[in-house]
Design a protein around this ligand. Sequence first.
Ligand code: ATP
Ligand code: MG
Length: 230
Amino acid sequence: KLPPIRGDVTFDSIVFEYEKDRPALKGISLDVKAGQSIALVGHTGSGKSTIINLLCRFYDPVQGRVLVDGQDIRDVTIESLRSQVGIVLQDTFIFSGTIRDNIRFGRLDATDEEVEEAAKAVRAHDFIMSLPDGYDTEVQERGNVLSMGQRQLLSFARALLADPRILILDEATASIDTETELRIQEALKTLLQGRTSFIIAHRLSTIRHADTIVVLDHGRIVEQGNHDEL
Ligand code: ATP
Ligand code: MG
């Protein structure tokens, strides 16, 4: 079992292939200190999602190791790993139920106060209160009561409430207006505070704020540094 972690992550000489002799990662080494935010960028097929897949142990590397706080993640239970690694996916998952249930997903023990606190922290509270039944408003999985930006903020509130030490974020590519964009950036700052994060970044503003930008190309890291350095 993985004890409560700080959130140091190391990719140690990772080679991975989905299909024999077609490596998707060709020797990835990356050292991330707890609390740092990493923006993963690169063309389609460069290996961004694959890195995330290995960190979540959806797959194991063919060569090399992924370490969390110095421990090989193959040596801990998948449950204990995933309880400390949170994911916010691009197509924000909203299920049919109330707003409250959607935020509480993954932390079923959370009180109403905790749900609202999380929503306030990511600035989702005001739009939730403007809905007909506030936190008790029913939303549909494929419904359009919520805008893309609102869905994003809800998923941030959910992630904040779950409070994982390591957060993975596959940033939405959908275009949103400038004001929503600003709110999301603010919320993101709050969400990332004090966690290690890996962001598959599509927005320039996100990339600019990352501690380290990792540029992938054909399964290799070709550049690494902060926005000023690159
Ligand atoms: P995108 O920006 O399109 O999401 P990405 O950087 O996330 O791209 P990956 O999905 O990590 O790229 O893909 C890396 C390589 O692995 C690509 O050559 C891709 O075709 C291949 N690949 C990804 N997933 C699979 C899979 N499930 N089965 C076989 N090959 C895969
Ligand atoms: Mg991808």
